[in-house]
Design a protein around this ligand. Structure first.
Ligand code: PLP
Length: 458
């Protein structure tokens, strides 16, 4: 790493999220300078396929001029306004109406925030506010799941069900508990069918609710497909079994659509794909194709009425961000949604998803691959030490990390989640580009296999 280079300055001054500091000092950063379509270019002009659409989020790809223009137009007209004390900007009203129109189930209102974490943090506060408003101060627990990802604020990192979000941060906070992770390949028992596994997951959720006391459980939160936990598609029937249990104990259902929202699974929302009927829904990322930060929380009429009645009694709803409903990201989001409609993004996803899923499955026979999984335009390939027994590599061997690095050398950005490599390309990807993405992956995977043998790891 050359002295005074961008890389050296990055190492000197910049603390990265989700980055191993020691490895970062050794290897330095990948510094990107531009992007077009599904490609990004580094400071040396090298092109990479962005197989993760950034962080599962740049749905329309890089360099979409219309989004840039929408932002500039709005910046010139009204660069900022807020949504406190009965005020708002016109474009924010338009976006709210549009989102409520797109909702997978009847929704009443949308609250705006800036990130998925802020949206889910708001969800937690709405749930607690709702319980208080209904005079049920004991009904405050929120059930999330192991391996779920719902954010990194103190409260949403608590919802997240991954050890490194809790360990060392003294989390989770009180009133947040975790149910089992419905990953059939990893947690299904010998001889257990997928349907039996789904039933066992539902039974164990009900047991958990009963053990905690139904009058203490306020809500259950789930991503339709778990993303950052490793792209875990629920077993068939899972949500059909879970939703009646939530109803039975008067527990709110929250769908975290931060990754699945806006076409990823082949429908506008993952809730449609899995027939979910959430009371509350959070979304972000593809809402603006991530060109500017914006997220939303939709609530149904039942939740809204409780908030409304409480306002009548106690005054204002004491929550809101300086940038809630910011007109510039709102304008970009509105333009993003317009583009989805005009270009029929759902038809596009449905037309290329079969090729994407076929390509993923093609790797199932590779000696390093334990499982390939996915739906729509999201998927993962899990590397294992022993294909037959599913034995994973030891975490400190860093096989997934090495695989992502070797893919990067092939001009492909993917994401290692432990030893699962995730794929979540821009929704605009063509079939030919999908082919090219997996050709690069195949080379990276073979290089990983060679490395694993060289190191004597398998
Ligand atoms: N929820 C889900 C399902 C996510 O995947 C993420 C981020 O990846 C979040 C919430 C948190 O979003 P943010 O990183 O914008 O705070």
């Amino acid at each position: 790493i050359k002295p005074n280079s961008l890389a050296a300055r990055d190492i000197a001054y910049h603390l990265h999220g989700y980055t191993n500091a020691v490895r970062h000092e050794q290897d330095g950063p990948l510094i990107l300078t531009e992007g077009k379509g599904i490609y990004v270019h580094d400071e040396n002009g090298r092109a990479y396929i962005e197989g993760m659409a950034g962080l599962w989020s740049v749905s329309l790809g890089f360099g979409e001029e219309r989004l840039v223009e929408a932002a500039v137009r709005q910046m010139k007209k009204l660069p900022y306004y807020h949504t406190f004390t009965h005020k708002t900007s016109s474009v924010t009203v338009e976006l709210a109406e549009k989102l409520i129109g797109l909702a997978p189930v009847p929704m009443s209102k949308v609250f705006f925030a800036n990130s998925g974490s802020e949206a889910n943090d708001t969800v937690i506060k709405i749930v607690w506010y709702y319980s208080n408003a209904l005079g049920r101060p004991k009904k405050k627990k929120i059930i999330s799941r192991q391996k779920a990802y719902h954010g990194v604020t103190v409260a949403t990192a608590s919802l997240t069900g991954l050890p490194n979000n809790h360990r060392d941060f003294d989390l989770p906070i009180a009133n947040i508990i975790h149910a089992d992770c419905p990953h059939y390949y990893r947690f299904g028992k010998e001889g257990e069918s997928e349907a039996q596994f789904a039933q066992r997951m539902a039974d164990s959720l009900e047991k958990l609710i009963l053990a905690e006391g139904p009058d203490t459980v306020a809500a259950f939160i789930a991503e339709p497909v778990m993303g950052a936990g490793g792209v875990i598609v629920p077993p068939a029937g899972y949500f059909d079994l879970i939703q009646p249990i939530l109803k039975k104990y008067d527990i709110l259902f929250i769908a975290d659509e931060v990754i699945c929202g806006f076409g990823r699974t082949g429908n506008m929302f993952g809730s449609e794909t899995f027939k979910l009927k959430p009371d509350i829904l959070s979304c972000a990322k593809a809402l603006s194709s991530s060109y500017l930060p914006i997220s939303g929380v939709m609530i149904n009429e039942k939740v809204y009425q409780a908030l409304r009645d409480n306002s009548a009694k106690i005054g204002t709803f004491g929550h809101g961000f300086t940038y809630s409903g910011h007109p510039v990201p709102a304008a970009v989001a509105l333009e993003t949604l317009k583009i989805y409609e005009e270009r029929n993004i759902l038809a596009q996803v449905r037309s290329v998803a079969p090729a994407f899923q076929r390509e993923l499955k093609r790797f199932a026979d590779h000696p390093l691959v334990g499982e390939t999984r996915g739906i729509g335009l999201v998927g993962a390939i899990e590397l294992v030490k022993d294909k037959r027994t599913k034995e994973p590599f030891a975490p400190q061997q860093g096989v997934g990390f090495q695989a992502a690095k070797l893919c990067q050398e092939q001009g492909l950005i993917t994401r290692a989640i432990m030893d699962s490599l995730a794929f979540c390309p821009p929704l605009i990807i063509t079939e030919a580009e999908i082919g090219e993405m997996f050709r690069r992956f195949a080379k990276g995977l073979d290089a990983t296999w060679a490395w694993v043998r060289e190191q004597g790891l398998a």
